[in-house]
Design a protein around this ligand. Sequence first.
Ligand code: ZN
Length: 398
Amino acid sequence: MATHRKKAGDRPAPAAASVADANLAAAALLYDMAALQPTERSRFGYKRAAKAIAGLSVPVADLVAAGILRDVPFVGPSSERIVSEFVTGGSSPTLEAAIARTGKPALVEEQRALRDGYLSHAVMAQVLATPAKEGVVTTADYRGDFQMHSTWSDGTETIQTMADAAMNLGHRCLGITDHSYGLPIARGISMEKAARQWKEIDALNARWQGSFRVFKGIEANILVDGSLDVQPDERNLFEFVVASPHSQLRRKEQQTTRMVNAVKAPGVAILGHPRGRMFNSRPGISADWDAVFAQAAKRGVAIELDGNWHRQDIDYRLAAHALAAGCIFALDSDAHSTGELRFSEYAIAHARLAGIPAERVINCWSDERLEEWMRERRGNSAKPARARRAAPVRRTPR
Ligand SMILES: [Zn+2]
């Protein structure tokens, strides 16, 4: 592991090559078409069809070949034409004519950059179904999810309901990470409310007697200078802190200092959805990510692969850089309802594509190892000046 910054040319090449994703490429053409529409109504129509294609569980080419593409909800005749042209010929003359007619190639180019590195449902499922290379994380290794929200902040379900759903997915633990008080728009919780939440969690854990475990977390906001809204002494009252950016996500300038400071902030365990990007909407933070990852590796802070479909943040290509930097990872759903818990599958799929071993994934660790790692992160508050390496990685008991 490098302890100093390497020159750009010295950096290890990312392990992950780009993935061919025909469903997402087909959906992208419909998003392109949507961007060219003069009315909100027609934009909405193409976007709805695009979303349906991206969410298909089978290759879109199979549906075109079988002549049943129109059976997909919201796919109308013009969407069908564009997708069929793409599947049979590799491009869509209909879309190209529309781009030429409206004179908006620059707009289309700009929007395309906002869909780079995302996976469709079908490709995600295919990645998970492919046998993993020795040691690389699988769904069978996955014990629990470390970013989710409950009715305490902007989630729609109670902690108990989220836990029941997680148990149904075969998980053994979870981390509740409601929003902190600095994000009132997401009903971020006060410390007083957090204290009441811990009592609820203690009661649940006592009832489960070790068969399932809820860890007490918080999703703190990374402010513009990289400090957090939740203060260092407050952070230590939680078992773990996810620090995530929720502002300044459309700025073009580099925000390396902000993100490095966030990783160095005492008590941080996970850097949540590091870029803050949003599918088809915003690019998220630009930074020298290798510098951020080097700091995270040094301090044992986990880099999150946020599996929310609209986020997929960070994706497999950037994750390969974090892996090369020696980072550990958190593969989370960022669920706000029980239905969204399965977003963790996108995070696992990106990790698989990046070649991340299970032993580097906190979600695969035993409760005891998690406790130890969380304690070490809290311990960083007492001695912030001393950089720590990630704890040596041991095999997780299965
Ligand atoms: Zn967040």
